[in-house]
Design a protein around this ligand. Structure first.
Ligand code: PHE
Length: 376
């Protein structure tokens, strides 16, 4: 028997004897590995003279191919057998509950905006939007804040280097009030003008950052323009809105004279709250009742007033024919008060644990109540 035949017989026996994939791998190394017997035989080719090599090479190379094919065939057999064993032994319990798919949740800011849209829709308001990158004219000038007006300084504005089409520079809007102007300009185009009843929720930006201020936050602006509109309409609307939002009937408002360039007269609106001690012993503010009652206080909630005549004129409306009221309130602040969060910055950290705690199921109705406002 030649050397080649002997090695082939040995190889076949060894491969056939391999009962597991691990044993087969050992056989492969022993045959075709660097130190393997077939490899050793291949190496002898190099030492032969050309004549001899020509004669013996086909058999030796053929052997390598045969062994390699035998290894593959055995491997397929063993894999097949392993699969058969698994199929025979493993079972699937179809009665087990399916693993829970991770569920997203609605951010409290989105939830509150939806609640506001619902509440105001009932009062006949629609939702208006405007750009966050705003023209100086819409953000300030048309709101009766000409250049060098001191109220501009209070807004800590982020400016762009770009010139704005209507003068000044482009900026990140510092409040949602420019939507007032844009909406009134649209309304003024309509023959005889149209009453305006909108809320404008959205992101606003100011260069300010601490526990109660973030450089980006959310406001909702309300605007009504019609004939014979007066402060009574403003107060009723705010009262109705806040009672619906906090889901409490004894919300008491206090209107305090204030100043905004775009409203005249202007009022700051406070709501009464009671200090109550919670189950954890900490005292907390519960909205409701007059702030003047013993153990109660007033908290500032929003700014509002009658739309300044000059703003109506800027928007192309005749102030002798049309009057309006406007208000602006922080959406994040409303969410904190209703649902009891204490740090504004956490709203925008993007921490899913916070969202799991405070977020809302996508299937929740937007008027579901909870938090501070609901406790009484
Ligand atoms: N735009 C004001 C602010 O951001 C709020 C406001 C709106 C006040 C409408 C009065 C009327 O400070």
């Amino acid at each position: 028997m030649s050397n080649v035949e002997r090695i082939e017989d040995e190889a076949r026996a060894r491969i056939a004897a391999a009962a597991t994939l691990e044993a087969l791998e050992e056989a492969r190394v022993a045959l075709l590995g660097k130190q393997g017997s077939v490899s050793a035989l291949m190496k002898t080719l190099g030492a032969m003279d050309p004549e001899e090599r020509r004669e013996k090479a086909p058999a030796i190379q053929g052997l390598r191919q045969t062994v390699s094919d035998a290894l593959s065939a055995r491997k397929a057999e063993l894999e097949e057998a392993a699969l058969e064993t698994r199929l025979a032994s493993e079972t699937i319990d179809l009665t087990l509950p399916a693993p829970q798919a991770p569920q997203g949740s609605v951010h409290p800011v989105s939830q509150v905006m939806d609640e506001l849209a619902e509440i105001f829709a009932d009062l006949g308001f629609s939702v208006a939007t405007g750009p966050e990158i705003e023209d100086d004219w819409y953000n300030f000038t048309a709101l009766n804040m000409p250049e060098s007006h001191p109220a501009r300084a209070m807004h800590d504005t982020f400016y762009f280097p770009d010139q704005a089409p209507k003068g000044g520079r482009m900026l990140l809007r510092t409040h949602t009030s420019p939507v007032q102007v844009r909406t009134m300009l649209e309304a003024a185009k309509v023959e005889g003008s149209a009453p305006v009843r909108i809320i404008a929720p959205g992101r606003v930006y100011r260069s300010d950052s601490d526990a109660t201020h973030t450089p980006m936050f959310h406001q909702v602006e309300g605007l009504v323009v019609d004939r014979d509109i007066h402060m009574g309409h403003l107060k009723w609307t705010l009262e109705t809105f806040l009672k619906a939002f906090f889901e409490k009937d004894d919300i008491v408002l206090r209107l305090r004279p204030s100043y905004f360039p775009f409203t005249e007269p202007s009022v700051e609106v406070d709501v009464g709250f009671a200090l109550e001690s919670g189950p954890d012993g900490k005292s907390r503010r519960v909205l409701g009742g007059s702030g003047d009652a013993p153990g109660h206080g007033w908290m500032e909630l929003l700014g509002s007033g009658m739309v300044n005549r000059r703003v109506l004129e800027f928007a192309g409306l005749d102030p002798d024919e049309w009057q309006g009221f406007a208000f602006g309130v922080g959406v994040d602040r409303l969410a904190m008060l209703k649902y009891g969060m204490d740090d504004l910055r956490a709203f925008f950290d993007g921490d899913v644990r916070w969202l799991a705690h405070y977020g809302f199921s996508a299937f929740d109705q937007p008027t579901l109540s909870g938090g501070v406002g609901a406790a009484s």
